[in-house]
Design a protein around this ligand. Sequence first.
Ligand code: 9MR
Length: 341
Amino acid sequence: MNAIEAYGDKLYIGAAIPNFVFASWDKYSDLIMSNFNCYTCENEMKPEAILDEEKSRNTLPSSYKHAAVKFDACAPVVKTALTVGVKLRLHTLVWHSQTPDWFFTEDYTSGGAPVCREVMLCRMENYIKDVLAFFLEGYPDLIYAVDVVNEAFDRESGDENGVRRDKNMWYQTVGSDYYYQALLFAHKYAGHSTKLFYNDYSCMYKPDIILSNLKSAKKEGLLDGIGMQSHLSLTDNQELYFAAMDKFASEGYEIEVTELDVGVKDADHEKLERQGEYYQDLMDRIMSRRESGTNISAVTVWGLSDHLSWRRGEHALLFDENLNPKPAYYGFLRQYKKSEL
Ligand code: 9MR
């Protein structure tokens, strides 16, 4: 049993894949192809990978409202997905992080003065239009879902509505409705078969600010779903997690689990077994919701193996550093309690 056999006919079952993996494809291909039917670039479809600084600056003033883009970083994943015949998630268009400061300035230098709202809205629209056109026109049906806006709501660094204001150049240039504007543009340029998502971490602790801020966009049909990143820890309460998921679903959102990992501090044998049970409980609850009609369409794990994870030292993923399956993997397959570990 592998994840494709367990879930492939019911869900997109995905993984975030670091780019170097495509250069050593033979080493990883069995593991990936038997377990995952959709891929997310861990970094190569983020604005800092796509925006072309040199070309934008060198072609001023004609590029003033329309920054240049390039797609060489994500070429390996596109090629592999086409060869293998799997889909991609596009992560992510509008985010405060991994978006270069120069994109927001008058002269496309990081020290430059920020442009006004009107200019930044043009840059936003052109960026979203160009990225969507590159994928949707160049590779029809390859991208099935797009994280249009990532991590826009945060109580601590947000304004009175919880819209992320601190260290957020989108907020500082466009203003507090930047996430809404991004959804408007994505809706304008996305094809009907591409699902549009709002994606965020710690959704379990902030379902209400997410729902209240997205209310108008949802009512206007600008987005399809909420991506629950799901960077969890063994100590995170699943009741709270699923209460948030149920809340989103009851408001008519499609749900994707987009960046699943479960961190274990001071891991030992017993804790790694508990991690297996944790993954199993999580997948049991996801699948039982699905079976009773909740619109959960995808589960993506954020990385392949513990040593490749952004959560170094937390043993958060399904495979160990030798690419051997952990209890977490059997739990993910809902086979943990039955297996002889
Ligand atoms: O896994 C990504 C890591 O390689 C990058 O260094 C990091 C930089 O921001 O981003 C990581 O991915 C993030 C994702 O894009 C959005 N949600 C949180 C993820 C983990 O930080």
